[in-house]
Design a protein around this ligand. Structure first.
Ligand SMILES: [Zn+2]
Length: 192
């Protein structure tokens, strides 16, 4: 009884106890949350589940949208124009699925106006549409009030974390840029 903790079944023995964890950490969550640019067929009704819009200057650079990383920004160095984009989480009112939506400056303005009208960003019911069904048609957001139902408990990373993960694959050019332009380090070498 007072011997070693457990005469273990050798088949199931492990060198150490697993690191049990009842819920995934934010870092474990898949980037399975899609980033919606307002599609040509519109977004349908979506309920905002963010409490603020996260905005950032972006570049369309090397074939993808990436954030401006000034003061070290290769896209700026190549005079790539900057465009503000905002991001928030929405839940599909119909399917209860979560997505991040990318907003233009114009959309953000429309949302701000709706927030003034309806009193809250959180639970605002919005619908994104794209004019004239063109890929580059102007996009608009209309709001139709506040969602009165309950929002289920959501296990979603802060939107900045989601964006950083989505964008991380596109940051090779920043690393290359830094490697090329590195001035001799004054502090300890960081192993580069
Ligand atoms: Zn930049």
């Amino acid at each position: 009884m007072s011997e070693s903790p457990s005469p273990r079944d050798p088949k199931s023995s492990l060198p150490a106890e697993p690191n049990w964890s009842p819920r995934p950490n934010d870092a474990d969550l898949p980037v399975g949350i899609p980033l919606l640019r307002i599609p040509q067929h519109g977004t349908g009704f979506q309920v905002v589940v963010s409490r603020e819009i996260v905005g950032v200057d972006t570049h369309y650079f090397k074939g993808r949208t990436l954030p401006c990383t000034m003061p070290v920004c290769p896209a700026c160095m190549e005079f790539s124009p900057k465009r503000w984009h905002g991001y928030l989480y929405v839940m599909s009112a119909k399917k209860l699925t979560i997505a991040a939506v990318e907003l233009t400056a114009g959309c953000a303005q429309q949302i701000d106006r709706a927030v003034q009208n309806f009193g809250s960003l959180y639970k605002l019911i919005i619908q994104g549409t794209r004019q004239k069904q063109r890929a580059n048609g102007k996009i608009e957001i209309s709001a139709s009030g506040l969602f009165t139902g309950a929002i289920p408990e959501l296990r979603i990373p802060p939107i900045k974390e989601l964006l950083k993960r989505i964008w991380s694959g596109g940051f090779k050019h920043v690393e290359e840029f830094l490697a090329k332009n590195q001035t001799p380090a004054t502090t300890e070498n960081e192993g580069a």
